[in-house]
Design a protein. Structure first.
Length: 401
């Protein structure tokens, strides 16, 4: 029998359903809630509501681990202030740590790795080792065409924040790990969510007009400013800095026949400010006729039509590699490996524009096979069908199938 302790998890019913699956297998399941959103998504059973501040958390959690005789710790986001000391204390007691995240490959996958994700992933880094391990795996079947989960994800986020508000008296000392307040995010996210379809048509028309002359272009998919991988595994402090560095390099070194398409993250709530900055900076550099900024549209189509991608460490890079597209990373990414994606600073990026190297197809197949075998589950956290598949995959990665 195993004893599972859940900390903060994806904002949906997925964690509670996973807990029930584990309990049905005869294991003991505990859930520690830190805020009203946690409570709203997992009100019972096996719940413990932590109501003190971060300073008292290590003593409380260490005693909880001892009292519960925990064997496994589950959480999302290994860099959250509440989770960092919990991981250290769990390892000291020999408790296995499993970290969830959004899928390395999207859509239709979620991530679950032992000990850490992204910059802390324990996946092999040696291309020869990856080939030896990955090419020996049986070919994976393609994922099903699941219902898009963005709208459901937004609704679940709103539900979570609503829970934070109505249950605030129960958790007055809770502080989010996110750099912005809930209300600032919602004032931008809700209008974008409600007008997404209308703006999608406008952006697709604008992009079609921009590319009507058949021009070649590179693609820059932006990340969320609050993205842990962006904040912790890159040298950038803002998306404005990122865009400035890339646009400067593009103006100086990219052949004049190439353009640059920039797309905001689907959940970015500051889209107006980011678009305004990008176009203003481009105009300052004399790039106004070579830059197109869109907020909505089909990311995969933008990748497929591009000459290559430039990004920090977005998971979009893996999608591009799977399509055989050259990728340049300005941050630390699990796929920034010799033979897969180029990586480095601004000087290295200068060289990329004129000679973007395509990924090694065999290494890419091996890496994606290994990734799917060791770190990915088909599905998502938000739709019912997606959850059903993700639950099965999570149980496999937890050693319960």
């Amino acid at each position: 029998m195993r004893v599972f302790v859940f900390l903060q998890m994806p904002q949906s019913s997925f964690p509670r359903r996973l807990g029930k699956k584990l309990a049905d297998k005869g294991h003991v399941v505990h859930k520690i809630n830190f805020c009203g959103g946690d409570l709203l998504h997992w009100p019972w059973p096996g719940v413990c509501n932590y109501r003190k501040d971060l300073g008292a958390w290590p003593t409380f959690f260490d005693e909880f681990l001892e009292r519960s005789r925990a064997t496994d710790l589950l959480l999302i986001g290994d860099r959250r202030p509440l989770h960092q000391p919990a991981i250290v204390l769990a390892r000291r007691r020999g408790v296995r740590v499993f970290v969830f995240d959004e899928g390395y490959v999207r859509p239709h996958f979620v991530t679950l790795e032992k000990n850490g994700v992204g910059g802390r992933s324990e996946l092999p880094r040696d291309p020869e080792v990856i080939k030896a391990l990955g090419l020996g795996l049986p070919p994976a079947s393609p994922p099903p065409d699941l219902e898009p989960d963005v709208r459901r994800k937004v609704r679940e986020a709103v539900k979570h924040h609503f829970g934070n508000v109505i249950f605030w008296p129960l958790f007055p000392r809770y502080r989010t790990h996110r750099p912005q307040t809930v209300f600032r995010e919602l004032t931008g996210l809700l209008p974008r969510h409600l007008t997404r379809e209308r703006h999608k048509g406008k952006d697709e028309a604008a992009l079609g007009k921009f590319l009507a002359d058949g021009r070649a272009y590179f693609f820059l998919p932006l990340q969320l400013p609050a993205d842990t991988q962006f904040r912790c595994y890159s040298r950038f402090t803002s998306l404005q800095e990122t865009m400035a560095v890339i646009l400067d390099s593009f103006q100086r070194r990219a052949p004049e026949e190439y353009s640059l398409v920039i797309r905001s993250h689907p959940l970015d709530w500051q889209i107006g400010g980011h678009r305004k900055f990008a176009l203003s900076f481009a105009q300052t550099l004399g790039l106004e006729t070579r830059i197109c900024f869109v907020n909505e549209g089909d990311t995969n189509r933008m990748i497929a039509g591009s000459k290559g991608l430039v990004l920090v460490n977005s998971t979009t890079g893996l999608t591009a590699l799977a399509m055989g597209k050259p990728v340049f990373c300005l941050g630390k990414a699990i796929y920034a490996l010799p033979g897969l994606a180029s990586a480095g600073g601004a000087d290295d990026l200068d060289e990329f524009w004129g000679r973007p190297p395509s990924p090694d197809a065999a290494l890419c197949r091996a890496f994606l096979s290994l990734l799917r075998d060791r770190a990915l589950a088909v599905g998502n956290y938000y739709t019912r069908e997606g959850q059903d598949l993700a639950l099965e995959g999570a149980l496999r990665l937890l050693g319960e199938l």
